[in-house]
Design a binder for this molecule. Structure first.
Ligand code: AMP
Length: 482
């Protein structure tokens, strides 16, 4: 199948050729003719499948006839995150080189002014996140009654992010007679309900998950300790010992962990950026650009923040946590091993993760191999009974552990600092040697200070630790016995 057979316009075909694409991907081959025939389409596909071009290319062709009217966008694309919205805009730039279409982006963190002016002049394509679109609408600057085609992208992510009520409101504001394209990576019942409500007699197009196709990804499980600091240490060792690591995404389940892990990795000398929902737009774009360009080889991200981002050629994916939803695992590891390249996906597993892990293995239809000891083989005392149990609780329990091999190590960690010092001295040079990405040269002093602070933060301290209060060091006059 070639692009010429899909019914795309000459201008679009030229742009596709300029982009260097010779063959449509399966979702493009299946969806494009139906979009051009003005049918509603339900696409079950995720990022990496060429899904964005599956709707941008036929949209460009359809938009060649007709003109935009003031304040009345002709087409509307809803995206769950700002980055995805920006990425779709990039696609219009890339495939729309031969067109003179007006494309506007309505996303949080960008000033209203410019976009307002554009919309007032009239836009062919409006790309928006739901909240921002409604903000504009409520300010009376926008009319949605001219929308001929509506795209709802990443619908299951919209659901996760709580955007469904907004989407339902927006759908009521666009004409009933519009054409609708609805994309979701998964089809849970809530999403199916929405698809049934929004689409009229749709063509269903489904493409296989990357997990079932990307046999080029080496997947491994790594048993880790129960404490956050152990988890971080396991991750650092993994990164340092990884073979052929070019760049990596480290996924966390919670955005709070993204921020903590980012700081921790920085303190340990890694060159790393973070992406999570609490960052402002400028910081998110800067982080992403730095990672995309290769300036920063490591990116810590949450699923929501990273969803759908087009980041080519990631050599490694590290799952700092086992994702709660099996589909997220598939999305995460789909970031590596793309287009026939080899890739590695490592997942840190602790006790309490067994159920999530079983769900993943069921979904991908195969067990994942352990690298090193399995969770069951890991000494019980080192295992975490549940996520989130922290050092505070340990300290309250006096840091005591029962008998067994693993506990000797644990006890060593809990021993007063003087006793632990030699062990740390032995380890320190090794760490320095292995650290592949020292953020800056010549910050030894600060790094040293950071490291000691960090170790304090990571290892439970007994009593006063190595701190001797000044009053204990004061010379004491001892009265002579008469
Ligand atoms: P998407 O699934 O839309 O995020 O696209 C994933 C990547 O595939 C993007 O980098 C696209 O530029 C690229 N791509 C889209 N269509 C094709 C195609 N027909 N052939 C090769 N690469 C493509």
């Amino acid at each position: 199948m070639s692009f010429a057979e899909l019914g795309l316009s000459e201008k679009v075909q030229q742009a596709v050729a300029t982009a260097g694409y010779t063959q449509p991907t399966p979702i493009q081959a299946q969806a494009i003719p139906h979009v051009l025939a003005r049918r509603d389409v339900l696409g079950v596909a995720q990022t990496g499948t060429g899904k964005t071009a599956a709707f941008t290319l036929p949209m460009l062709t359809l938009l060649e006839s007709g003109r935009a009217r003031a304040r009345m966008p002709r087409t509307l694309i809803l995206e769950p995150t700002r980055e995805l919205a920006a990425q779709v805009e990039d696609n219009f730039d890339k495939y729309g080189i031969n067109h003179k279409l007006s494309v506007a982006l309505l996303i949080g963190g960008v000033s209203f002014g410019d976009q307002d002016a554009k919309i007032t002049r009239g836009v062919d394509v409006l790309i928006a996140t739901p909240g921002r679109l409604l903000d504009h609408f409520e300010r009376g600057k926008l009319l949605l009654t001219g929308v001929e085609l509506l795209v709802i992208d990443e619908a299951d992510r919209m659901l996760d992010m709580g955007f469904i009520p907004d989407i339902e409101r927006i759908v009521k504001l666009v004409p009933f007679t519009r054409q609708t394209l609805f994309f979701s990576a998964t089809m849970p019942p809530e999403i199916q309900r929405l698809a049934d409500a929004f689409l009229h007699n749709p063509i269903k197009v489904e493409v296989s998950r990357p997990a079932s196709t990307a046999s080029t990804i080496t997947q491994r499980l790594i048993a880790t300790g129960r404490e956050d600091y152990e988890q971080r240490e396991t991750l650092r060792d993994l990164i340092r010992n990884a073979t052929d690591l070019q760049n990596a995404i480290i996924f966390c389940n919670r955005k709070r962990d993204v921020a903590v892990l980012h700081r921790s990795l920085q303190k340990h000398g890694f060159s790393v950026v973070a992406l999570h929902g609490d960052m402002d737009q400028h910081a998110r774009m800067a982080a992403l650009d730095s990672f995309r360009s290769g300036d920063t080889p490591l990116l810590v991200a949450s699923d929501v923040a990273a969803r759908g981002l087009d980041i080519p050629a990631v050599s490694h994916v590290f799952n700092y946590d086992v994702p709660h939803h099996a589909e997220d695992y598939v999305h995460r590891i789909g970031r590596t091993g793309r287009a026939g390249r080899t890739g590695f996906a490592f997942t840190l597993v602790g006790p309490g993760d067994e159920k999530s892990l079983a769900a993943i293995e069921k979904l991908i239809g195969q067990p994942i191999e352990w690298e090193g000891p399995t969770l069951a083989e890991r000494p019980a005392s080192e295992a975490r009974p549940a996520r989130g149990r922290g050092r505070k609780e340990e300290r309250q329990r006096g840091g005591r552990r029962g008998g067994g091999r693993g506990e000797v190590r644990e006890e060593a960690q809990h021993a007063p600092r003087e006793e632990r010092a030699p062990q740390r001295e032995e380890r320190a040079p090794q760490r320095e040697e292995r650290a592949p990405q020292r953020a800056h040269e010549g910050r030894e002093k600060k790094a040293g200070r950071d490291r000691s602070r960090h170790e304090e933060a990571e290892a439970p301290v007994i009593g006063l630790g190595d701190h001797v209060p000044a009053f204990l060091l004061r010379p004491v006059a001892i009265k002579k016995a008469k």
